[in-house]
Design a protein around this ligand. Structure first.
Ligand code: OOG
Ligand code: NI
Length: 459
């Protein structure tokens, strides 16, 4: 029987997840609608941008484009998630150490990687693994371990279908439908906690994130983020729709040529939950789920990223955005000042080797012409280029998003302690190096563009 492609399964799953989250967190629906309207306006006002998106990312993906985030507690949970996401064509890309920002997790992003799969649906999930070893109270650490050991975040049928997909090389339509329904269960909100209120409070006091990860039956999806083409407008408009935005937009400042990623969010909602008190349930609340939007720009090379990191460090050395927004204007001004030296036209970004680009022949069906080099063809207007979109995340930005949702006053500050090797052991696979991956995509497009020409031997 014919199989559904991983791209189709991912697309269906992303849609089902979005429907579930819209129902559970209505403000998410409001954001999605705002973003869609602002994207339409932006594209109508910038036909050049619309053309460029058509030629590179594919413009159709925009309306469905989302990323989400979850947090899990054990290596076993993480590695089964990897297998679940693999059924949907999503692979672990990048390693993020959030302990540098005082958050006891390390993370990767599961996402499609080929240009074709990204164009089909770029759905990504930022996935964090709790670092139980960073809980400093041994008794509490054991409580967390026991809680993790006693839960199963996957339905029995979901695991069967993952194994079926692995052995048969995919799923039939009927199996895929069932897989989407079963997989969704892992990400659902559970308002009944698996602990009593006292244990919850103790874990909360250790770190809010620990309580979020270990006290519930599953890794509820904590946000789903649509991609906007104009984040400044969405940020300004949020209050008009009754949504209170985070104090400042994370990432680079507003520019003509967007780089990497800019993100903003609204704070986590306080939601009713119930704690187990012997045989009874008592009412309480928990804050975990929030809303976020993002704007994506060009993927930077290690050189470009080095420049970005240095500039952002300069900004943070001068001013740290206050959670209450009291110095938001000062922060925005310093950000603009420090980034003024980052080239803001595509030709210079490319010439200085700061970003990755797609290359296209301008007249693919034309008579064969000979050229001396890629640069020669670009100078003669025979080959043009467009930025490759950054498909990943930024640790400082992610930390800002985490923090604004955890309550900015958080206590336990773990030592910075990146450990990619341990993360990969728990994941059961290595993560893809994003730089090498973007470089490969760029090289493929150069090879394909050059194949339209004969290269003259240059003496
Ligand atoms: C993940 C926060 C990171 C992003 O967009 O950088 C993130 C979380 O809060 O679990 O989603
Ligand atoms: Ni996010």
């Amino acid at each position: 029987m014919s199989k559904l492609t991983a791209n189709e399964i991912r697309h269906n799953f992303a849609q089902a997840m979005s429907d579930m989250f819209r129902e559970e967190v209505p403000a998410y629906g409001t954001l999605v609608d705002m973003v869609a309207a602002i994207n339409d306006t932006t594209l109508t006002a910038n036909p050049g941008l619309a053309e460029r998106l058509k030629a590179t990312d594919g413009i159709d993906r925009l309306s469905a484009e989302r990323h989400g985030a979850i947090r899990v507690g054990t290596g076993a949970e993480l590695s089964m998630l990897r297998r679940m996401f693999a059924v949907m064509g999503m692979e672990p890309v990048g390693y993020y150490d959030l302990s540098v920002a005082g958050i006891p997790v390390h993370s990767t992003a599961f996402r499609p990687i080929s240009a074709k799969s990204l164009a089909h649906n770029p759905f990504r999930i930022f996935t964090s693994l709790l670092r139980i070893e960073l809980i400093n109270d041994p008794a509490l650490r054991q409580v967390a371990r026991d809680l993790m050991a006693s839960r199963n975040i996957f339905t029995v049928r979901a695991v069967e279908l993952i194994k079926q997909a692995e052995s048969a090389g995919g799923l039939t339509q009927a199996e895929a439908d069932e897989f989407v329904t079963e997989a969704l269960e892992t990400f659902r909100w559970h308002s009944n906690a698996q602990v009593d209120q006292d244990t919850f409070e103790q874990l909360l006091a250790q770190h809010r994130l620990i309580a979020d990860v270990v006290c519930f039956k599953g890794p509820h999806i904590n946000h789903l983020t649509p991609r906007t083409l104009d984040i400044d407008t969405v940020q300004t408009d949020m209050p008009k729709h009754g949504i209170t935005a985070k104090a400042v937009v994370e990432g680079p400042p507003s520019r003509n040529c967007p780089i990497l990623l800019r993100q903003t969010s609204f704070k986590a909602l306080t939601e009713a939950v119930r704690f187990k008190q012997g045989d009874a349930w008592v009412d309480g609340h928990h804050t975990a789920r929030f809303g976020e939007i993002e704007q994506r720009g060009v993927a930077l090379t290690p050189k470009g990223r080095g420049l970005y990191d240095a500039m952002l460090n300069n900004v943070r050395a001068r001013v740290t955005p206050a959670p209450d927004g009291s110095n938001a204007d000062a922060y925005t001004a310093v950000l603009a000042e420090e980034f003024a030296a980052f080239p803001d036209d595509w030709a210079t970004i490319r010439a200085q080797g700061l970003g990755y680009f797609h290359y296209f022949p301008t007249n693919p069906g034309g008579e064969p012409v000979s050229i001396q080099s890629l640069e020669d063809a670009i100078t003669k207007g025979l080959i043009c280029f467009a930025p490759i979109t950054y498909e990943d995340f930024l640790p400082v930005s992610a930390a800002g998003i985490f923090q604004s949702n955890l309550g900015d006053e958080d206590v336990a500050t773990p030592e910075a302690d990146a450990n990619q090797t341990l993360f990969e052991q728990e994941l059961g696979a290595s993560v893809l190096d994003p730089f090498a991956h973007y470089a490969g995509l760029e090289q493929q497009s150069i090879d394909a563009a050059l194949a339209h020409f004969s290269l003259e031997q240059v003496a």
